[in-house]
Design a protein around this ligand. Structure first.
Ligand SMILES: O=C([O-])CC(=O)C(=O)O
Length: 160
């Protein structure tokens, strides 16, 4: 689908809910769109790892990592799996690592920044909860549209 977030905001007005969060592009592409799969976790990327190995079917992984800069929730191995398994992109309210390698991958990866330390894997966190990132509630299945200008959420019914 061809879109840009500026046009979506112009067309949909307040129904285009803009994520007000300073996210940086780390993948080789900035564009992605698709239904959200939400993860809420804190310094534990177990669920992200598990989901990355499942079929993405064009969905966007939306991770509320609590804004932590103390460790990375995604690195090159998870990102390669997301790409290989058909995820459209990943948006993380948290950090990534392996920045140089991520820049080679043809998938949208947006996050707060980098940390060289990996997170723990203790199976903590939840999948499918409504998360709050950048002042927007994002529910599992909400439509995500992201590009160089930002991330926009449009609820399923209004995006038909
Ligand atoms: O496995 C992790 O915790 C993150 C990582 O380094 C990778 O995805 O390569």
């Amino acid at each position: 689908m061809t879109f840009n977030t500026t046009d979506l905001c112009d067309e949909h007005g307040d129904l285009a809910r803009v994520v007000v969060q300073p996210l940086v592009d780390f993948g080789a592409r900035a564009h992605c769109s698709g239904p959200a799969v939400t993860v809420k976790c804190f310094e534990d990327n177990s669920h992200i790892k598990t989901l990355s190995m499942q079929s993405g079917e064009g969905r966007v992984l939306v991770v509320d990592g609590g804004g932590s800069h103390r460790c990375a929730l995604l690195g090159d191995m998870i990102a390669e799996d997301l790409l290989k398994n058909g995820w459209a992109g990943v948006i993380i309210n948290g950090c990534i690592r392996d920045k140089a390698a991520l820049a080679q991958l043809d998938i949208a990866i947006k996050a707060l920044g980098t940390s060289p330390r990996k997170s723990v894997k203790r199976e903590e966190g939840q999948v499918g909860l409504t998360v709050n990132i950048g002042g927007q509630l994002i529910a599992n299945g909400d439509r995500i549209y992201a590009d160089e200008d930002g991330v926009v959420v449009i609820d399923t019914l209004t995006s038909q």
